[in-house]
Design a protein around this ligand. Structure first.
Ligand SMILES: Cc1cc2nc3c(=O)[nH]c(=O)nc-3n(C[C@H](O)[C@H](O)[C@H](O)COP(=O)(O)OP(=O)(O)OC[C@H]3O[C@@H](n4cnc5c(N)ncnc54)[C@H](O)[C@@H]3O)c2cc1C
Length: 475
């Protein structure tokens, strides 16, 4: 392995990870002038993947985004950007077909292709680079970023280092596997896979006599629907289990969606930490339920299979926890189940399991280990993040004007909207406004009809009809 030449001039911004979050930041940063106005902002973005791929294991044929196409990388901050979804359609000469298709929710594969076009067109994006560590260099008053260049076979090829005044962490999420199922998922002989790699294993899974899908989120529903459609009527041999008390729909009402606005983010950020921590799990239906169209498609497919009499050979049971799991002989799997409401336990023998058990924020601890003494943390040891998406750092760093921005690692401080694609462009714009200090992307003052929280004013002022006044409490 060789060490690559170290560029001396520091960047203004280095992004770690090139998923939609940092790709949006790279697109909106492209061509922006530096605060001094004479040079363009110097940026570099790194991703360990060989090229841009958006959740490739779940690009199931026909699966759509859960947000309208306007939630592309740039439009909600800058509709005139050259990196919008519509510009991509124009580039592909597909604007007219799209216009007649009248599709607000585009296919997931189409979003992936659009993002790849942006990733391939923008300068300063480095794929095949795994960032190993970030440190603070007090002599140079810069962040040091160490990376490993990876060759096409996935082997380490060279080591490198770059310097920057600002960092944007956009390292995304990793598949989550519940503890009781970890030993099975690690055993190569039994087909127990996470839904994140579903398409890689689809043929093998479909070859199994009986298949179990675990998890009642959008991915679980999409995998179940895909398997159902592929199995012969009457011989489906499918079980779908969920821990939640119901196969619940995702909240998608117009006012419910206002939880994914900057207004709600601002309100949430100002709440006390313990209140925020109670709120996020309580709001699970805003982000963990199933899209109603997918529920309808599942029901439609099941119903179609009853038209000639009989019931499809499927079991759909919510409220079930998998307590433990083991292997029987070499190929079969035994799941030990518990129905908490009913207080019953049972065993299920199956031939393949798809774990649609969600994703978790990728831990920052390894990457930022060298910065640990500088990080300001909350009561449970998570990084504190200000309203401008900056990690709170020791004054010795912030006094130099250097900052670390966080994208999609701030659910504990900014709420359910953190991973939402609909807030990505707005968050990138806010970061760039702060970083440059020149407000290149003016953002709206107000983004929701709902007023989150009561206005608290010291002095009562004359009120108009219907206006809420703060309650004055007397001891
Ligand atoms: C299947 C699926 C569908 C989704 N659909 C929607 C939807 O329709 N609407 C919506 O609003 N949200 C959706 N989400 C949620 C969210 O929008 C996505 O998870 C989105 O990909 C988040 O983008 P990101 O850039 O934060 O992270 P990611 O897309 O996870 O990208 C992070 C990148 O960082 C790289 N990386 C990590 N560590 C390093 C390192 N040390 N060095 C170099 N590179 C590194 C990874 O290789 C990866 O490419 C979906 C999530 C999933 C899982």
């Amino acid at each position: 392995m060789t060490a690559t030449a170290q560029p001396e001039a520091p960047h203004d911004l280095v992004g770690i990870g090139i998923g939609p979050a940092n790709l949006s930041l790279a697109a909106l940063a492209h061509g922006l002038p530096h605060a001094n106005g004479t040079q363009p902002l110097s940026t570099a973005f790194y991703d360990q993947r060989r090229d841009f791929r958006w959740h490739p294991g779940l690009l199931i044929d026909g699966a759509t985004l859960q947000v309208p196409f306007l939630a592309d990388l740039v439009t909600l901050a800058d509709p005139a950007s050259p990196w919008s979804f519509l510009r991509w359609l124009r580039h592909k000469e597909r604007l007219f077909p799209f216009y007649f298709a009248e599709k607000f929710h585009i296919q997931r594969a189409e979003y992936d292709a659009y993002c790849r076009w942006v990733a391939e067109s923008l300068p300063g994006l480095h794929f095949g680079h795994h960032v190993d560590a970030v440190r603070w260099n007090p002599e140079r008053a810069l962040f040091e970023v160490d990376f490993t260049q990876i060759d096409p076979d996935g082997e380490a090829e060279a080591l490198g280092r770059t310097y920057t005044r600002n960092l944007a962490l956009g390292i995304g999420t990793t598949p989550h596997i519940p503890e009781p199922l970890k030993p099975l998922a690690d055993a190569p002989t039994v087909p127990v896979i996470h839904s994140a790699t579903y398409l890689d294993h689809r043929t093998r899974i479909l070859g199994a006599d009986h298949i179990t899908v675990i998890g009642s989120g959008q991915s679980g529903a999409e995998v179940f629907l895909d398997l159902l459609r592929a199995r012969p009527a009457g011989r489906e041999r499918l079980t779908w289990l969920a821990r939640t008390p119901a196969f619940a729909p995702m909240e998608y009402s117009k006012l419910g969606l206002e939880h994914f606005t900057p207004d709600y983010t601002r309100y949430f950020h100002a709440l006390p930490e313990h209140v925020r921590d109670h709120l996020v799990p309580a709001q699970w239906q805003l982000h963990k339920g199933i899209d109603t169209d997918t529920i309808a498609a599942i029901h439609e497919e099941l119903y179609r299979r009853t038209l000639h009499g009989g019931w499809p050979d499927v079991v759909l049971t919510p409220g079930v926890t998998v307590r433990t799991a083991g292997r029987i002989a070499t190929t079969k799997i035994e799941l030990h189940l518990e129905h908490v409401q009913q207080g019953t336990r049972s065993r299920l023998t199956t031939d393949a399991v798809v774990l649609a058990t969600g994703h978790r924020e990728r831990p920052l601890t390894g990457l930022l280990a060298g910065l640990d003494p500088y990080l300001r943390k909350d009561a449970t040891g998570r990084p504190r993040i200000d309203a401008d998406y900056r990690m709170l750092l020791d004054r010795t760093i912030t006094a130099t004007g250097c900052h670390i921005y966080v994208q999609n690692g701030e659910r504990h401080t900014h709420g359910v909207g953190a991973p939402d694609l609909g807030l990505a462009a707005w968050r990138s714009a806010r970061i760039l406004n702060t970083l440059t200090g020149t407000n290149p992307y003016p953002l709206p003052e107000r983004t929701a009809f709902t007023t989150f929280g009561l206005e608290t004013r010291e002095q009562p002022r004359p009120h108009t009809a219907g206006e809420l006044l703060p309650l004055v409490e007397h001891p």
